[in-house]
Design a protein around this ligand. Sequence first.
Ligand code: DC
Length: 211
Amino acid sequence: MKFIVAIDGTAASGKGTLAKKTANHFGFKYLDTGILYRVVAYYLKSSEIHSEISKQNIQDSLKLLFNKDFQLSLLRNKEISLKASIISKNKIVRDNLLTYQREFAMQEGGTVLDGRDIGTVVCPNADVKIFVDADIEIRAKRRYNQYLKHNSNLNLRDIIDELTKRDNFDRNRQLSPLASAKDAYLLDTSNITPAEGFKKIIQLISKKLKK
Ligand code: DC
């Protein structure tokens, strides 16, 4: 059985957590597509590549993700978040990652992919499409609370600025901008709990699976 769930949304909207839980619930395979852009950003930075990005660069970046000694936590910081957003407008980067994402999505047994352009470009024929969003202050507050466990020198204003900047880059780039597909279900998590958001997604998928 092939069944694709596309979950897109703004930065720190909670889409990743919802997508992971959804995949676990149905026994589907899960791909966080943001990590692909992040690892390319990390690779380019650490290899000090300033010339034109090549297909080989992208392949070498992805190899890092399959290296068991590579620490994924290196990809989750402010610098890499912003760099990932900047390099994601590059055509060579997008084209090469597109192939990888589509192959992943087409696997048997059901897949969940989360990102910015899954329902619009990567998998326009996905069986279920969801677009997750929440007010910027609420997203920033959630991110602030997550970061607080690791870093006490935080400022909520800085997080609001970072998320706003990234959403603007992602929404306004020419290629595959952050956007909700016309047939996506809009899930605004501003005033609901993660459990309520998750329940809604389960309902949408279950309904489609029964058809
Ligand atoms: O989901 P994330 O915050 O880890 O994504 C990091 C950046 O990667 C995001 O700001 C833009 C880019 N990205 C993208 O352009 N397309 C995707 N499908 C996923 C992420």
